[in-house]
Design a protein around this ligand. Structure first.
Ligand SMILES: NC(=O)c1ccc[n+]([C@@H]2O[C@H](COP(=O)([O-])OP(=O)(O)OC[C@H]3O[C@@H](n4cnc5c(N)ncnc54)[C@H](O)[C@@H]3O)[C@@H](O)[C@H]2O)c1
Ligand SMILES: [Zn+2]
Ligand SMILES: [Zn+2]
Length: 392
């Protein structure tokens, strides 16, 4: 059955099945565009592992894409929850801690990790970008119908409970609603990190953002945090532009088609910048055909940041790269979760980073199909699946 029907009562945490495993309801995709809500079992943590009771899981366009990856897996890679129990040797969290999960799980020991570039971890991330990333837990830890099942990005946050590596969680001590905290795990970190960690936008610089959805809105927020003087929001939907303006965009342009080399949107950006182009342009639409169109908007020596990490072939006249234009596809805002997640929460606490208002709507897991439909229709800044807090 593929659909979103409720399947029985809530998880009984006090009645674990085999060897300390617990039973949890989870969203499971068949890898061919469909999902169902099923029951999985989640084993007790082995050394170095942490079991988390999920409280909230934000939806990202990547979750929808992951339903086409050809593999059966538990969906979800953005979320927050409470640590239930930890395996031997886990020092960064303890039972009862509130945590945000991260989907690029570092080893913490290699040269890249030591340099603070956890997303480039050489132990868990092979040089081949299409190879499966590491950061897995012990084999067979999560089972569906008795058979081991993979989890999206080794997390599977669209589940009442998940077992992850200790390096996949960061403890948060400041008060923050779980649904707001969840967004930090992907959309906020990716957007803000692309501005602050990757492009390193400086005060007074100009920025254009193509695509103002869950990620692009946080590029806008990052640019505001960086004190950019001009933040040009570009989207094909007027409501996305309204949200971008509310979050700090100084100009908005309705894209009436592709942002091409010579279209109206490009001309408008050039006009705003006296034909120079902006200092930094960020692509966050998920459309591979728009990636290189960004080069038409950026000044000589400027940064063209392909935030959505689209794949696919593109044809480029190399002259478009002349005069020191830089193209970078950073992924996950070059984050170091243990450094950046508390930093983002601190920005939130000081009122410098909007998170609560990004949660347009919350859903229970049985309404996941509605949540996906709303995301695809552009109705939400972010939709968040919330789980019952059974400890409360
Ligand atoms: N690389 C990473 O680390 C990373 C992390 C998160 C998400 N992503 C990717 O980033 C992309 C955006 O994710 P999201 O969750 O923000 O999606 P989203 O659906 O919330 O936002 C996409 C936005 O792009 C706009 N858009 C679409 N076509 C456009 C066009 N032709 N011109 C202008 N705007 C257009 C849409 O109206 C929408 O507002 C997705 O491809 C997602 O997979 C990448
Ligand atoms: Zn994501
Ligand atoms: Zn490493």
């Amino acid at each position: 059955m593929m659909g979103t029907q409720a399947m029985g009562a809530a998880t009984n945490w006090s009645n674990p099945v085999e060897r300390g495993a617990v039973d949890a309801r989870a969203a499971i995709t068949d890898g061919h565009g469909r999902f169902e809500i099923g029951r999985v079992t989640v084993a007790a943590p082995a050394p170095g592992e942490v079991r988390v009771r999920m409280l909230a899981a934000g939806l990202c366009r990547t979750d929808h894409d992951s339903m086409q990856w050809g593999a059966t897996l538990i969906l979800g890679h953005e979320g927050s929850g409470t640590v239930v129990d930890v395996g031997a040797g886990v020092a960064n969290v303890a039972p009862g801690d509130f945590v945000i999960l991260n989907w690029a799980i570092p080893c913490g020991r290699c040269k890249r990790c030591m340099e603070g570039h956890d997303v480039l971890c050489e132990d868990v991330r092979p040089a081949d970008p299409l190879a499966a990333p590491g950061g897995t837990v012990h084999a067979g830890a999560t089972r569906w119908n008795g058979v081991p099942i993979d989890r999206s990005f080794n997390l599977g946050t669209l589940s009442e409970c998940t077992l992850v590596r200790a390096a996949a969680v960061t403890r948060i001590t400041s008060p923050i609603p779980p649904s707001s905290a969840a967004l930090i795990g992907c959309g906020v970190m990716t957007g803000v990190g692309s501005v602050l960690n990757v492009a390193r936008v400086a005060a007074g610089e100009s920025v254009a953002v193509i695509g103002c959805g869950g990620v692009g809105l946080n590029v806008v927020q990052g640019a505001r945090l960086a004190q950019a003087s001009m933040i040009v929001a570009i989207d094909a939907r007027p409501e996305a532009l309204d949200r971008a303006t509310a979050l700090g965009a100084t100009h908005s342009l309705l894209a009436d088609g592709d942002v091409g080399i010579a279209d109206r949107t490009t001309a408008a950006v050039l006009q705003l910048t006296r034909d120079r182009g902006v200092d930094h342009v960020f692509e966050a639409t998920g459309r591979s055909d728009l990636a290189l169109a960004c080069l038409a908007l950026v000044r000589n020596g400027g940064n063209c940041v392909l935030v959505s990490g689209s794949s696919g072939e593109a044809t480029l006249d190399l002259a478009r790269l002349w005069w020191n234009k830089r193209v970078i596809a950073p992924l996950y805002g070059d984050c170091k979760p243990s450094r950046d997640f508390p930093r983002l929460v601190e920005h939130y606490r000081r009122g410098e980073l909007e998170l609560d208002a990004l949660v347009t709507r919350t859903y229970d897991i049985d309404s996941l199909a509605d949540a996906f439909a709303d995301m695809l229709d552009g109705r939400n800044s972010k939709g968040v699946i919330v789980f019952p807090d059974v400890a409360g």
